[in-house]
Design a protein around this ligand. Structure first.
Ligand code: URA
Length: 217
C-alpha cells in the first residue's frame, strides 16, 4: 500500500516526537507515555479516513438523519510491553474496537546480540476486519514480522495498518517488502541502526522509558 510519515509536514506530532527523543524530557515517564499515546490518537484519526463506511439512520431530538458510520470495527493489537502507550492512544479513538496482544522480547546473548522470543498471543477473530498493529520502534522489523505472522493465524484482515512512532529506514523497507499491502503510519524515519539493533538517533529503549529499566535475563 504505502507509508505515511506523520512529521513530514510540521505539526504537533513533531513536538511530541522531539520530547520523546530529548534526554531532558524523555525521563518524565508520564509525559513519555502520553506523547506515545498522542501519536497513536493522531494515527487513529488518519486511519479512520481509510476505513469502509456504511449508511445508518439515527434519530436526533428533532428528526431522523442518514449518516455514515464505520462499517466494520477494527482489531487493534500491540506487542508487549513497549507498544502499550501507542496502542492505548489508538484505542482512545477507536473506542469500540476489539484488541489483541502479542508478547515478544529480545533475548540477548553474551555478546549482546539478540534473537526474538515470542510466547504469548491473545486476539479475537480478524477475518474481514481492519487490523491495526501498534509497534512504537520499528528497528530491523524482525519482531514485527513474527508478530504479524502470529496474528494472521487468527484470520485474514480486510486492511493491515501498522502504526510506528520511530522507524529505521531499513525496518520500513523490510516491512514494505514483506507486507506490500500494509499501510505504515510512522512518526519519523531515522537513517541508521546500531550494531545492536537500536534506531539511531532514535530515542533509546521505549519500553524502559515507559515502564522502567528491565533486568536483562
Ligand atoms: N526498541 C526500542 O525501544 N528502541 C530501539 O531503538 C529499537 C527497538
Amino acid at each position: 500500500m504505502s507509508t505515511v510519515v506523520l512529521s513530514d509536514q510540521f505539526s504537533l506530532v513533531n513536538s511530541w516526537i522531539n520530547e520523546l527523543r530529548n534526554v531532558e524530557t524523555q525521563h518524565d515517564r508520564l509525559r513519555f507515555r502520553r506523547n506515545m499515546e498522542r501519536i497513536g490518537e493522531i494515527a487513529a484519526f488518519e486511519i479512520s479516513k481509510d476505513l469502509d463506511t456504511k449508511e445508518i439512520e439515527i434519530q436526533t431530538p428533532l428528526d431522523k438523519i442518514k449518516v455514515q458510520e464505520i462499517a466494520v470495527q477494527p482489531v487493534i493489537t500491540t506487542i508487549l510491553r513497549a507498544g502499550v502507550p501507542l496502542f492505548q492512544g489508538i484505542l482512545n479513538y477507536f473506542d469500540k474496537a476489539d484488541c489483541g496482544f502479542v508478547a515478544a522480547y529480545r533475548k540477548h546473548d553474551a555478546n549482546d546480540y539478540f534473537s526474538i522470543k515470542q510466547d504469548y498471543l491473545t486476539c479475537p477473530n480478524i477475518d474481514g476486519r481492519p487490523l491495526i498493529i501498534a509497534d512504537p520502534m520499528l528497528a530491523t522489523g524482525a519482531s514485527l514480522i513474527e508478530a504479524i505472522k502470529d496474528l494472521l493465524t487468527n484470520g485474514s484482515p480486510s486492511q493491515l495498518h501498522i502504526v510506528v512512532a520511530i522507524a529505521s529506514k531499513q525496518g520500513v523497507e523490510t516491512i514494505e517488502k514483506e507486507y506490500p499491502n500494509a499501510k505504515i503510519w510512522v512518526g519519523a524515519i531515522d537513517e541508521r541502526l546500531t550494531s545492536k539493533g537500536y534506531i539511531t538517533p532514535g530515542l533509546g529503549d521505549a519500553g524502559d522509558l515507559s515502564y522502567g529499566e528491565k533486568l536483562q535475563r
